[in-house]
Design a protein around this ligand. Structure first.
Ligand SMILES: [Zn+2]
Ligand SMILES: [Zn+2]
Length: 135
């Protein structure tokens, strides 16, 4: 899922669907972002695959549906709540891995334009962000 999400972010959100993703890179007023539409966009196939897989006893489809759902939860808690502080939770999370993850994503946001962004993944953090941890 991390690989799929990385590709979707790189080629869809920073490609065809930039219209919805751009306001996540250029902070605008208000609690909701156009970028939130991606929760719906990924929830629909996830539900269809999960329910279809369950009722038709297709375990491949069920596994993919549950995988997308699980990643959706991880994305919500890690990206929306922990990195962007959209809920006042986890303020004291302060470990090696999450600090590096946070820095990697902030680097992604340092580019305001569609092209030449980096770090499209979320949970897989490039090594260089671990090297200068704790400063
Ligand atoms: Zn982006
Ligand atoms: Zn972000």
């Amino acid at each position: 899922m991390e690989f799929t999400a990385n590709m979707a972010h790189r080629y869809l959100m920073h490609g065809l669907m930039w219209y919805f993703h751009s306001d996540h890179h250029k902070k605008e007023a208000g609690f909701f972002e156009k970028n939130d539409i991606f929760f719906l966009i990924f929830a629909i196939p996830a539900m269809i695959l999960t329910m279809g897989g369950f009722f038709l006893e297709n375990y491949y489809s069920l596994a993919v549906g549950l995988g997308i759902t699980a990643y959706g939860f991880a994305y919500f808690w890690v990206h929306e709540v922990y990195i962007h502080r959209r809920l006042k939770l986890f303020d004291n999370v302060d470990n090696f891995y999450f600090q590096a993850l946070n820095r990697a994503h902030k680097d992604h946001h340092s580019q305001l334009e569609k092209e030449d962004a980096q770090n499209f993944g979320m949970l897989w953090v490039p090594l260089k962000y671990f090297k200068n941890a704790n400063n």
